[in-house]
Design a protein around this ligand. Structure first.
Ligand code: MG
Length: 429
């Protein structure tokens, strides 16, 4: 059995726990009200007013003018999250943190304890009680034979619920619901499913597999399996989550961002960094992983396996962008990460050398690498990444330091880019 422990209104509850005068009141956690105009979290007392995470702050103030507005402090929530992780590890060693306020726990290693819905529920109740006693916080727990069911069950009864479902119970509960309720199905995919006449999760379960395969490719059959409550995704214990055979970079944005162009530019820059590191250590990668963390600290990682190992930034970028387009739903983004794994030593697989047409671009790439070895990372960067170099407080290339202390520019139009490309005094390019 697998549990998904989901903290109830986590940020708001942590504030209420730390500040007794906030208890029992509508609490709305936001970023710096001048900089970030969205609600990060709302306590259960604020929810009847219609306040939701992600809503513009101005709208929240209109709906719930008497709420307590608290500026969030991410470090506090992360610290609490780590304390909860310690608690979970006393239950089972197999814990996979899923976001700052959610974690999967596998009970498979408990020698038969917790291998039925009933016995797993007893363990869940104990976890819930300890979270309340030791941390003064509420949690809802979903229980199921796999991650999909555990995750979806955790949302059925909130706050402080415990919901256990087997595959049959899953189908009974979810088949009448709209297909968008299925974990992993976003608005775009549900639109395409609707166009195929698939409206409910039950419709998806009964849809002909060839149709799904034609429309969605490899994930088509998986979608249908998910509708049946079947999921093979392994739980990756956090101590195994770091793959030594991968190379990646990530960037925390100076402020939550929903500007698609800026975010894609950031991805391009990350792709360039990863590609450069692969080449400098003579690796090529067969798997590209995108990591997205949104303003609520919900983190997803999505992977794509490639038919051949790659080490150039454009192919890494194309792959990352495809993952990005499939998974970003427009929510403000806090962190972007890109990593390359399934590494092969260059030359180990003849496939890397198979593409003769790539020789020219490879020669170009090597020439550019040489320039950068001599002149530093900032001497050559992908033009697409230049559009926002100034705006990011993060130092994207190991060696590049921001010399220019001028305030962050809001200009991101092409004219500005062209001007920089023509020759900015600070810009070695
Ligand atoms: Mg939660």
């Amino acid at each position: 059995m697998i549990l998904l422990v989901d903290m109830d209104a986590f940020f708001a509850s942590v504030e209420q726990m730390l500040h007794p005068h906030l208890r029992g009141k509508a609490v709305i956690v936001c970023g710096d009200p001048d900089r970030r105009g969205v609600v990060t979290a709302a306590s259960y007392e604020a929810r009847p007013f219609g306040v939701r995470a992600g809503m513009p702050l101005a709208e929240a103030r209109r709906l719930c003018p008497n709420a307590e507005y608290v500026e969030g402090d991410p470090s506090k929530y992360v610290e609490k999250s780590l304390e909860l992780l310690e608690l979970f590890l006393t239950v089972t060693p197999d814990v996979e943190p899923f976001s700052v306020d959610e974690a999967f726990l596998s009970l498979v290693g408990l020698a038969g304890r917790g291998d039925t819905l009933e016995s797993a529920s007893v363990i869940a109740r104990d976890i819930q009680r300890r979270i309340a006693e030791q941390h003064g916080l509420g949690a809802s727990i979903g229980i199921g034979p796999n991650k999909l069911i555990a995750k979806m069950a955790s949302g059925l009864q909130k706050p402080k619920g415990i919901t256990a479902l087997d595959e049959e119970g899953f189908r009974r509960t979810y088949w009448p619901l709209e297909v968008q309720e299925l974990w992993g199905v976003g608005p775009k995919m549900s639109q395409r499913l609707n166009q195929l006449g698939i409206r409910t999760i039950g419709d998806l379960g009964n849809a002909p597999e060839p149709l799904l395969q034609r429309t969605f490719g490899m994930i088509g059959p998986q979608l249908r399996q998910a509708a049946w409550g079947r999921d093979q995704t392994p739980l990756v214990p956090y101590h195994e989550g770091v793959d030594p055979k991968s190379m990646g970079h990530e960037v925390t944005l100076p402020e939550d961002c929903r500007d698609a162009e800026f975010l894609e530019g950031t991805l391009l820059r990350l792709a360039d960094q990863v590609a450069r590191r692969l080449r400098s250590e003579e690796f090529a990668a067969r798997t590209i992983t995108l990591k997205l963390r949104d303003f609520r600290f919900h983190t997803i990682t999505r992977q794509k396996a490639l038919p051949v190992a790659v080490d150039d930034h454009l192919r890494i970028f194309d792959t990352a962008r495809a993952l990005w387009k499939a998974n970003w739903k427009g929510e403000p983004i806090r962190l972007l990460g890109l990593s390359a794994s399934a590494l092969e030593k260059r030359g180990e697989s003849g496939q890397i050398e198979l593409f003769v047409s790539d020789e020219r671009s490879k020669a170009l790439q090597q020439a550019l690498d040489k320039v950068r070895d001599k002149l530093g990372e900032a001497s050559v960067v992908p033009a697409g990444a230049l559009t926002h170099r100034r705006e990011s407080g993060h130092v994207p290339f190991g060696l590049m330091k921001r010399k220019d202390p001028t305030p962050l520019s809001k200009e991101r139009d092409t004219k500005d880019t062209k001007r920089r490309l023509r020759g900015d005094p600070d810009d070695p390019a």
